[in-house]
Design a protein around this ligand. Structure first.
Ligand SMILES: *[C@@H]1O[C@H](CO)[C@@H](O)[C@H](O)[C@H]1NC(C)=O
Ligand SMILES: [Fe+2]
Length: 448
């Protein structure tokens, strides 16, 4: 009943917003020829699953795991299935195999299936591999990312598993990307563990074919004091290459692909100057070689630059401690989620437009059941270029060492419509920002 009331209210607000929008359009005689009606939230999908056998692999997904390696993760009901992946470059011909390990977890009354993790490689770049999990069952395939530019990233956070999620996923699948980046809030299971399983099935068609690199959001926490540790399900199911990148926690790590160094941070674990995460970030950033990886990107969940009324100020503490590190390292782009809307900033540092700061992009509009965050603060801050509350996804096409094209695609009546786009130049090529920055600026990246 409460849900229904909220829906009705939301619909009213949407209608109202819609009218205001039309008014603005008329008054402002905008370039756009029509008023876009923002979609209401859609229901949670029921994801069918036809299991044939307890040893059948399900919820298969892959992630980058160090140079030329891929981690294959899948779940079986049967806990006697070996953690083995056979693979090769022709269908049905498995010329190599690797072993890994498996584990399960309990969450109150729920017991997970057996979760297998196997790292395979060395793999050739930009090549299709065929693989089979557990020595049995159906064949899957994936493509490894290229070793050099160009490379395409699909980026969207706060996915959930509603009708809008499946629309967003369909658009991502069409965009021919190499690596998916997810800035937190995956399944919206929110303690109901079977929803992690349905999410795993929902994303399998995409996540078994291209590496999905994720970081945690608040919905991954699932902490029950005295009973359940935070991030139990997330860490068990979405193991990321933290060991491979010298981190001691699955909640923050980094990876490199085709000339791009990507740092995945944790908004919901310690980030103070005495924290492990802070020290690890110092070390990781100080090791970045901009000749080898001209692009430097950082990803986390709660945005630092957000002019939406939703989650206002939630990233402030993390920003106060970590933004100087990012600035010293000359980070190009920061992606965040959490706010269910889209927003892109100018290059910005310390809340002011700054030519050597990062471009901040909030892309928390994957399509979860909580709906959109429709209210923005007026006037629009100077650092904010584009903001809109609609579901959609982003694509970053890194053309070469200097140029990357960013575009945001709104789910307009279920069609992807390119609604914002911009060319971004890497700071690694900027004399003003790199050569001009005095040596002491980088000192902050070295632990005392
Ligand atoms: C990099 O890509 C951009 C956009 O396609 C192009 O204009 C530029 O000439 C390229 N630079 C080099 C060095 O190839
Ligand atoms: Fe969130």
């Amino acid at each position: 009943m409460k849900m229904k009331m909220e829906r009705v209210q939301e619909t009213r607000i949407m209608l109202l917003m819609g009218r205001t929008w039309i008014l603005i359009m008329l008054v402002g005689s905008c370039a756009s020829a029509y008023a876009y009606t923002r979609p209401p939230p859609r229901d949670i999908l029921s994801i069918p699953f036809h299991r044939k056998h307890g040893s059948d692999p399900e919820q298969v997904h892959i992630s980058l795991a160090g140079e030329n390696q891929m981690r294959i993760t899948w779940i079986t009901d049967d806990d006697n299935v070996p953690s083995i992946v056979e693979y090769g470059t022709s269908p049905g011909v498995y010329t190599s195999s690797s072993r890994g390990d498996s584990d399960s977890y309990s969450y109150m009354l729920y017991g997970s299936g057996q979760i297998h993790h196997v790292v395979i490689g060395p793999l050739e770049a930009n090549k299709i591999y065929f693989y089979r999990c557990g020595g049995y069952g159906p064949e899957y395939s994936f493509k490894t990312p290229p070793a050099q530019f160009p490379i395409v990233f699909a980026i969207v956070g706060d996915l959930g598993q509603t009708g809008w999620t499946s629309t967003t996923l369909k658009h991502i699948q069409q965009c021919n990307y190499d690596v998916h980046i997810l800035p937190g809030d995956l399944s919206y299971a929110d303690y109901l563990q079977h929803l992690w399983d349905s999410f795993g099935r929902l994303v399998e068609p995409l996540a078994s074919e291209r590496p999905w690199m994720v970081t945690e959001g608040n919905h991954e926490k699932e902490l029950i004091p005295f009973f359940m540790h935070a991030f139990t399900a997330y860490n068990a199911r979405w193991l990321m290459p933290f060991k491979e990148s010298g981190s001691s926690s699955n909640l923050y790590y980094s990876f490199e692909v085709a000339g791009v160094h990507i740092v995945m941070l944790g908004s919901y674990t310690d980030y103070g100057e005495d924290s492990d995460q802070y020290r690890w970030l110092q070390t990781d950033l100080s090791k970045v070689n901009r000749r080898r990886t001209p692009w430097l990107i950082v990803v986390f969940h709660a945005p630092w630059y957000n002019s939406n009324t939703a989650h206002q100020g939630e990233g402030d503490d993390m920003m106060a401690t970590m933004e100087p590190l990012l600035y010293a390292a000359k980070v190009d782009i920061v992606f965040a989620g959490h706010v269910h809307a889209y927003e892109r900033s100018r290059r910005v540092y310390m809340r002011n437009v700054h030519p050597c700061g990062a471009v901040h992009i909030t892309i928390g509009d994957g399509g979860n059941h909580e709906g959109l965050a429709t209210r923005f603060i007026d006037p629009q801050p100077q650092w904010s270029v584009f903001r809109e509350a609609s579901f959609g996804h982003g694509e970053l096409r890194v053309a070469n060492a200097t140029h990357a094209h960013w575009s945001w695609h709104r789910n307009d009546d279920d069609e992807p419509v390119k609604s914002d786009e911009v060319w971004i130049n890497s700071l690694s090529q900027s004399r003003e920002c790199i050569e001009g920055s005095d040596y002491s600026g980088r000192k902050i990246l070295v632990s005392p």
